[in-house]
Design a protein around this ligand. Structure first.
Ligand SMILES: Nc1ncnc2c1ncn2[C@@H]1O[C@H](COP(=O)(O)OP(=O)(O)OP(=O)(O)O)[C@@H](O)[C@H]1O
Ligand SMILES: Cc1ncc(COP(=O)(O)O)c(N)n1
Length: 276
């Protein structure tokens, strides 16, 4: 039977991030993708021109329809918009209905638009993180959640430790926002081991949807029963190829190329492990 993955996220009319990126990723990685839309965004490569939340009834009904019939082998969340929509999502998680849950704590778009209300940050960390198999903050999100700041490896290791205290099984602290770095390092931490995944930084402005695509790829591999470490490593290869071959679409930050893995060479990802 084909494995299935559900994304609970916002729609990006520009096709690069959100639900659209997630479904493309699921399709490319051979899992059947389903979706529950939290909000519509009017968005393109230069900005977010409008945010139109779906009603709470609509969100709950979409998740119920998908789970009651199709089910889900894994679930990924993206833009959740506010506390009400997080609480609805968390209510399914509390009942054990969101397996292999990957929470991408989306807060602000690359173009600077608010995708999660400030009041909702603590709802996300307190009600959703404890049910997650993995949370995938970028550096600014990790700073906002932990109140710590800085991007040195030492500080990011401490941030990862703090983030794990919210109760997820593992934390993937992404390094895409490392300032002035020639090498980008993502840190995977599960309480026992730090895994460092390092790549040469790609010089490009076309990084719209990197976070969504990466988290969706992890969810797709978890749906196929890979271990967390293997799922993250395979997802890292996928996102790296997608960034390398990103599209120059629109005037701003173009979307990554979800089909790049079909023809691109396997990228070199340096993986190091450190026991705690
Ligand atoms: N210029 C780059 N070169 C190589 N890898 C990159 C680059 N930018 C981002 N990445 C990788 O892309 C993935 C997403 O990381 P990033 O920190 O950009 O997440 P994000 O900010 O949540 O993404 P988004 O731009 O969608 O919000 C990570 O694996 C990161 O290392
Ligand atoms: C609906 C939606 N979800 C997530 C993002 C974050 O992606 P990015 O940081 O690449 O803009 C986005 N822009 N839109």
């Amino acid at each position: 039977m084909m494995k299935t993955a559900l994304t609970i996220a916002g729609s990006d009319s520009g096709g690069g991030a959100g639900i659209q990126a997630d479904l493309k990723t699921f399709q490319e990685l051979g899992v059947f993708g389903t979706s529950a839309i939290t909000a519509l965004t009017a968005q393109n490569t230069v900005g977010v021109q409008g945010v139109f939340p779906a009603s709470t009834e609509a969100l709950e009904a979409q998740i119920t329809s998908v789970l009651d019939d199709i089910g889900a082998d894994s679930v990924k969340t993206g833009m959740l918009f506010d506390s009400e929509r997080i609480e609805i999502t968390a209510s399914f998680a509390e009942k054990g209905r969101l397996p292999a849950l990957v929470v991408d704590p989306v807060m602000v778009s690359t173009t600077g638009a608010e995708l999660l209300k400030e009041e909702a940050r603590s709802t996300m960390t307190e009600k959703l993180f404890p049910h997650a198999s993995l949370i995938t903050p970028n550096i600014p999100e990790a700073e906002m959640i932990t109140g710590m700041s800085g991007s040195s490896l030492q500080i990011r290791k401490e941030m990862a430790r703090e983030l794990l205290k919210y109760g997820s099984e593992a934390v993937l602290l992404k390094g895409g926002h490392e300032p002035d770095a020639a090498t980008i390092t993502d840190i995977l931490f599960d309480g026992a081991e730090f895994h460092y995944l390092s790549v040469e930084k790609i010089e490009t402005k076309h990084t719209h949807g990197t976070g969504c695509t990466y988290a969706a790829a992890v969810a797709a591999f978890l749906a196929q029963s890979k271990s967390m470490k293997d799922a993250v490593f395979a997802a890292k290869q996928f996102i790296h190829q997608a960034i390398l071959h990103a599209h120059s679409v629109g005037e701003g930050a173009g979307p990554v190329h979800h089909a790049a893995h079909r023809t691109a060479d396997k990228p070199f990802i340096k993986m190091e492990v450190e026991q705690t």
